[in-house]
Ligand binder design. Structure first.
Ligand SMILES: [Zn+2]
Length: 469
């Protein structure tokens, strides 16, 4: 609509219909779009069909007729939208007070848009141009441009007030000292462009207006507007100081302060939007778990938000509960229904997901089993070691006892008589010489021999016992 207004206003329907060649081209486009409806690019074909049919109507009937048709559709569309909007939000309004509807800003906004449609339809077509501002309402980035001014509006207004005070002071100085330097030669449009000379600082209010208007708009401040002075003029140095003060004080510092506030606010808003987008992209809407918590897991974040915690499934479930008869609820349904009626969201999984809970538990289980097995192995090994140690202890005791006995035997052997050993030749001789003592010695050796035999049998008995053990 706005393209038609911009290109053809004021409308001259005598130029229509267009040449048949244009019309035939548009008609071809129309037919190809209709054919495209049956292809894969149905959506694009639909857009093309809408545009080409408008163009075709324009070429055949002229802009007045097309704007009438489009404006009528626009009004119907907007009215239907407002009716459905109130219908949707109806439960939020206070029934007893009709004016509570007016507290809804966006509803007022849509009413204003409808009003623009009506004025454009019944009065002048260029009022449709206001409808383009709807783009700002729809697109958040553009909306942030407006919010960057309105959000820190207080500091911007205060800075602007400070600038106004300074400019007011400068205007008084101009009015008092540099009044004759405001003279300008202007073409008088009411008198065939005859040049006239005017002083724009005749009164203080005129001086203030001129300082605001010319001082802020000129890149070098008010000095650009005032007549340049000769270096021999009395006020030359005062003018230099005055112009510089105005330039640094107003143009450089105060104006940039205002710009800085606006730019900073815009940057903040952009950061907030980025953060919000980041949260929307990387956090599950239902459980609030972040994307990185699904790293190295059996399930990916996309699968999680698609199948496990699909927010639309939760919405469908709530709608299902509202539409279902309460007497037919299952156990979980009646539980969730009772919570949703009280606006309690505790039935939502917070920071937990079944897929994340199951996998670590399994891992823990596996770990526990492996550890238990290891423990069992270690315990059996330990008991074996203890048995061996016990055995070793017994053997060591036995060994010690045997050694004790052996030492006893040895000591007893050490005390046995020499004759009992194999007699040497000299001994034999001695035996022959001392014949009478032989019988006495013989009886002693026999008694010793008996003792030795007894000890020998004990040792053999011990060795048998130890062998058994
Ligand atoms: Zn989740």
């Amino acid at each position: 609509m706005n393209f038609i207004v911009a290109f053809f206003y004021p409308f001259d329907d005598d130029k229509f219909p267009w040449d048949s060649s244009y019309v035939s081209v548009i008609f071809l486009a129309l037919v190809s779009c209709i054919v495209g409806l049956f292809s894969d690019f149905r959506e694009r074909a639909l857009h093309g069909l809408a545009i080409s049919s408008v163009l075709w109507l324009l070429a055949r009937k002229g802009p007045t007729f097309v704007l009438f048709v489009l404006g009528f559709f626009n009004i119907m569309n907007k009215s239907a939208f407002i009716v459905s909007y109130i219908g949707n939000r109806g439960f939020q309004y206070d029934d007893s007070n009709l004016f509570s509807v007016l507290n809804d800003r966006s509803l007022l906004y849509h009413f204003a848009m409808l009003l623009c449609c009506l004025i454009g339809f019944f009065y002048r077509s260029y009022f449709y141009s206001v409808l383009l501002m709807d783009l700002v309402h729809r697109e958040e980035t553009l909306y942030n441009v407006i919010r960057s001014v309105t959000r820190n509006g207080r500091s911007i207004v205060l800075t602007a007030m400070f600038a106004s005070i300074l400019i007011y002071l400068f205007a008084i100085i101009i009015f008092l000292f540099f009044q004759e330097q405001c003279i300008k030669e202007i073409e008088d449009l009411s008198n065939d462009g005859e040049p006239i000379v005017e002083n724009h600082c005749e009164t203080l209010i005129l001086a203030i207006i001129t300082t605001f208007n010319e001082g802020l708009r000129n890149g070098g401040g008010i000095g650009d507007y005032l007549i340049p002075l000769s270096q021999h003029h009395d006020q030359f140095f005062y003018r230099v100081i005055f112009d510089l003060l105005f330039y640094f004080g107003i143009i450089i510092i105060v104006l940039n302060l205002i710009f800085g506030v606006i730019i900073d606010t815009f940057a903040d808003l952009r950061n907030e939007k980025q953060k919000k987008d980041d949260i929307i992209r990387n956090t599950c809407f239902i459980c609030g778990l972040e994307r990185r918590q699904f790293d190295n897991r059996s399930i990916s974040f996309e699968t999680h938000i698609q199948y496990e915690h699909n927010m639309w499934h939760y919405l469908y479930f709530i709608v299902h509960l509202r539409t279902k008869d309460a007497t037919e609820y299952t156990g979980p349904e009646s539980f969730v229904s009772s919570l949703t009626k009280q606006n309690i969201l505790s039935w939502f999984p917070r920071h937990q997901a079944m897929s994340l809970q199951l996998s670590p538990q399994n891992e823990d289980k596996m770990d526990n089993q492996a550890m238990y097995q290891k423990y069992c192995e270690m315990a059996s090994a330990f008991s074996q070691l203890m048995e061996q140690l016990e055995d070793f202890k017994i053997r060591v005791d036995e060994q010690r006892r045997r050694q004790q006995r052996l030492s006893i035997i040895k000591s007893s052997i050490r005390h046995t008589p020499r004759q009992y050993r194999e007699p040497s030749s000299s001994e034999r001789r001695a035996t022959v010489q001392s014949e009478p003592s032989h019988s006495r010695l013989n009886s002693r050796s026999s008694s010793n021999q008996n003792g030795f035999r007894r000890q020998q049998s004990l040792i053999s008995q011990d060795s048998i016992d130890s062998g058994d053990q």
